[in-house]
Design a protein around this ligand. Structure first.
Ligand code: TRP
Length: 460
């Protein structure tokens, strides 16, 4: 088919989409906000030395994250296709670019391999919060409790499968009904609850030490490896580099202002991460945990803060319920990438595509789920499966995906096209934004990503 024929064909096919501008914003936020804010951001900030890491992460979000996010949504909306077909439609003669979509499908499966496990821990903690067994505020008891939760092989697998079944079910219902409905309701409540938590944390005795750790940079801790991790987190946080925003962009409305939407999503996402950090680090220093406690951090500190608060148990249940819901919004957006590509490219039903994707994740995810107990000694390149999936996806696939995307938009697609897309075919005339985004995508972001990748992986 010629590009024109392909275009006509899509126009005739009914594609599900988001139903309002506000719906787009909320659904995109629903993808961005998740365990990345509540679990990964605080734990990586803790293990990578605090404020210096935070600063690099902020810079990476602005200089790499925002332009790539704008680029992805723009490509998706212009082509109304899945993460693989987008590139086929725009450059039918250059099949290479489809690799961005294929790498994205792989990244989705790897991320979900460990992400669904952590979501499972959150679900398990809802029940612990309900039972009141987290209300003691004792550091070593909290550590033991967390270890027991994640080490038990049967419950680890069962929770992961429960999360997969639940999210797979929602995905089968379709884009607007499933994703929009879940995402719309939870964000403001989560935000408010985090504000309450922060107020409590800031009145704890360790507040000063916590804030210093989070905001007073010690640059001696910022190594090339730390920078790569911060860049990986910036991509992970904004759900970019693997096709989520390509796919979500394809459900955007034609009149949506893409740069404004992306900017709002970025700011809201950053605020939620920062609130989580401000809630957690004072508690680390007050209740004698360590910033380097790793993936356990949020599961140790947050219950300790709630235990020191009137009505703490109710808030604690609410916190884990909201975190679970936020993680579901993010999981849906990850699943959507392979599901949309498989249904549209192989003409599978949504049901079949979802079932097979979920099955694959369950198989690949099992050794990650067990890597905190039964399979702790199974390693690849010295990492457990859990850490390996995380490293390969966040520190390799997402930055490389982002790099290819920058090159595609900046060098292959070119400025005129970007101009017409970003200004909604001339309706929104903002030259400065178009020029800024295009220059970042063409020069700044790709160069920075290459340097960070090569140095972070110790190539030079
Ligand atoms: N951004 C989500 C979070 O912070 C996770 C996520 C959803 C994601 N979709 C993604 C990460 C795509 C990378 C790529 O929890």
């Amino acid at each position: 088919m010629t590009p024109i024929e392909i275009k006509n064909k899509t126009n005739m096919t009914q594609r599900d989409g988001f139903t309002s501008t506000f719906g787009v914003l909320v659904a995109t936020l629903g993808s961005a906000v998740g365990l990345g804010n509540i679990w990964k951001f605080p734990y990586l900030t803790g293990t990578n030395g605090g404020a210096g890491f935070l600063l690099v992460y902020l810079l990476a979000t602005l200089l790499l994250g925002l332009p790539v996010m704008i680029g992805e949504t723009m490509l998706g909306r212009a082509t109304r296709a899945n993460a693989v077909s987008i590139f086929e439609k725009l450059r039918p003669a250059q099949p290479f670019w489809k690799i961005i979509g294929y790498m994205g499908m792989l990244a989705a499966v790897l991320i979900l391999g460990f992400y669904t496990e952590v979501a499972g821990w959150v679900f398990a903690y809802i029940f612990k919060a309900l039972s009141g067994s987290l209300l003691h505020g004792d550091a070593s008891a909290a550590q033991a409790q967390f270890k027991a939760t994640i080490a038990n092989p049967l419950s680890a697998l069962a929770w992961q499968w429960a999360v997969l079944l639940l999210t797979g079910g929602i995905i089968m219902l379709g884009v607007s009904k499933g994703i929009e409905a879940v995402a719309k309701r939870l964000m403001p409540v989560l935000f408010l609850l985090l504000v309450v938590l922060c107020i409590r944390s800031l009145t704890l005795s360790g507040a000063g030490a916590g804030l210093k750790f989070l905001f007073a940079p010690d640059f001696s801790k910022v190594s090339a490896g730390v920078i790569l991790t911060a860049v990986g987190l910036a991509f992970f946080k904004l759900s970019i580099g693997m096709g989520t925003m390509l796919t979500y962009g394809s459900y955007f409305r034609d009149d949506q202002n893409i740069p404004v939407t992306a900017g709002r999503v970025m700011l809201a996402d950053l605020s939620i991460s920062l609130l989580a950090g401000i809630a957690i680090f004072p508690a680390v220093f007050t209740f004698h945990f360590a910033p380097t406690d790793g993936p356990a951090l949020v599961f140790l500190t947050i219950p300790a803060v709630f235990a020191s608060m009137p009505g703490g148990q109710i808030f604690m249940v609410l916190f884990f319920v909201l975190t679970a819901l936020a993680s579901i919004g993010a999981i849906l957006s990850l699943l959507e990438v392979p599901v949309a590509a498989l249904t549209e490219r192989l003409h599978w039903s949504r049901r079949k595509a979802t079932a097979l994707t979920v099955l694959l994740i369950a198989i690949l995810g099992a050794p990650a789920a067990l890597s905190n107990g039964a399979a702790a000694h199974w390693t690849i390149f010295g990492l457990t499966f859990f850490d390996f999936y995380d490293f390969v996806s966040s520190n390799l696939l997402l930055p490389v995906g982002g790099l290819l995307l920058c090159v595609f938009v900046g060098w292959i697609i070119g400025r005129d096209w970007v101009q017409s897309q970003l200004s909604n075919r001339g309706l929104l005339a903002n030259q400065a934004v178009v020029t800024g985004v295009f220059m970042l995508l063409r020069y700044v972001s790709p160069v920075l990503i290459v340097i960070v990748l090569l140095r972070g992986l110790k190539v030079f």
